[in-house]
Design a protein around this ligand. Structure first.
Ligand SMILES: [Fe+2]
Length: 368
């Protein structure tokens, strides 16, 4: 059986490369829409000063909803923008990706989210600027969007939705507070490990995932304890970039299948719930991915799959990620609903151990 790896994103790396944003954006259009989180650097001022026409959407607080994307798309159309820029964590980058992708297409955003309309290609160019080391959304083709009315958090995706360029500047992550660094870094670690053991893994993604695991494992505790450590911040951001490049083709696994329903129902940050579930899903998978978990262990500096999982758990404890669902306000009575909502997930289907309702229940009970 053959495998295919495809990722067309122009990736620009280096401390301070954010200042190249106006030149990069100008290659794709003269009038830009900026979507950013409240904490993100002021891309609007930078573009404005360089003579790029720019309009800014309302700052995105939390994770993007369908209403947010609908409003930003309407603004982009009214203003006649030619390129969309997303600056921040996975949330503003995914919102910008969806606005760019759906810009020219008819029909409300929710009809794409429910599947009533097929996601088309042919959107506006999109430029991504990550300011947290976590999602890898700068190099993926999916946008995770939440519909609060249906209580559903799901990805829209299309091969044409990759960013045209990503500016990956570690200096932008220095100001991330320790809890954000810990949660987003746990997501990156989880994505690297899930992509590595995924049923969609292939030689190219294995190489990317292994380098991501090594960088993230050594840098995550340092980045949380010493936010100004330039080496740790660079390892984290490049590690999350590499994990994104891996998952963009290998997909993910059980943690990500369960993380979305848990996140929506209990309003938990995505990275926190990914870190919390990771050791339990690894334990459940161990006989189905033993050889790869042994490689993970080596990358973490220990021998044996079980020791590797223990090391992951200790790493998460060290950065204060809670390791029990009961400790983050999850209601056990809702496990049956969470199971039902997890099963259709594409991530779940790429887990190395086939996961049905009984399996998801067993993992939730173990993590309770
Ligand atoms: Fe994730």
């Amino acid at each position: 059986m053959s495998t295919q790896y495809y990722n067309p994103v122009e990736v620009i790396t280096g401390a301070g490369c954010f200042k190249e944003l106006p030149q990069v954006v100008a290659r794709f259009g003269a009038h830009a829409l900026v979507i950013r989180s409240p904490r993100a650097p002021d891309a609007t001022a930078l573009l404005d000063m360089a003579g790029v026409g720019v309009v800014e959407a309302d700052p995105l607080r939390g994770e993007p909803t369908l209403d947010y994307v609908e409003a930003a798309r309407a603004l982009a159309r009214r203003e006649g923008v030619e390129v969309v820029v997303g600056v921040g964590g996975g949330s503003p980058m995914d919102a910008a990706k969806a606005v760019a992708g759906l810009f020219p297409h008819a029909g409300p955003v929710h009809e794409y989210h429910t599947g009533a309309r097929k996601v088309p290609g042919g959107g506006l160019p999109f430029v991504a600027v990550p300011t947290t080391a976590g999602s890898g959304a700068e190099v993926t083709k999916n946008a995770v969007l939440t519909d609060p009315a249906r209580g559903v958090k799901e990805s829209l995706r299309h091969d044409g939705w990759f960013a045209r360029a990503a500016l990956v500047d570690p200096e932008l992550t220095y100001s991330a507070p320790p809890d954000v660094t810990a949660a987003s870094g746990s997501d990156a670690l989880c994505q690297a490990i899930e992509a590595y053991v995924s049923t969609g893994a292939m030689p190219v993604t294995d190489a990317l995932a292994k380098e991501a695991i090594a960088r993230i494992a050594r840098a995550l505790p340092v980045a949380c304890a010493q936010p100004q450590d330039a080496v740790a911040r660079a390892d984290m951001l490049y590690g999350s970039l590499l994990a994104g490049l891996a998952l963009s083709n290998a997909r993910l696994g059980g943690v990500h299948g369960m993380a979305h329903p848990l996140g929506v129902r209990f309003n938990l940050p995505h990275g926190l719930i990914c870190g919390l579930l990771l050791p339990y899903v690894m334990e459940y998978n161990i006989e189905h991915a033993r050889r790869k978990y042994e490689h993970v262990a080596i990358l973490l500096g220990v021998g044996g799959a079980e020791a590797g999982i223990a090391r992951v758990r200790r790493l998460l404890e060290k950065i204060n990620i809670p390791l029990r669902l009961r400790d983050v306000g999850v209601d056990r009575a809702q496990f049956p609903a969470i199971v039902v909502e997890s099963l259709p997930s594409g991530s779940l289907k790429h887990n190395p151990r086939k996961l049905g309702a009984e399996d998801v229940t067993a993992i939730l009970e173990a993590a309770w």
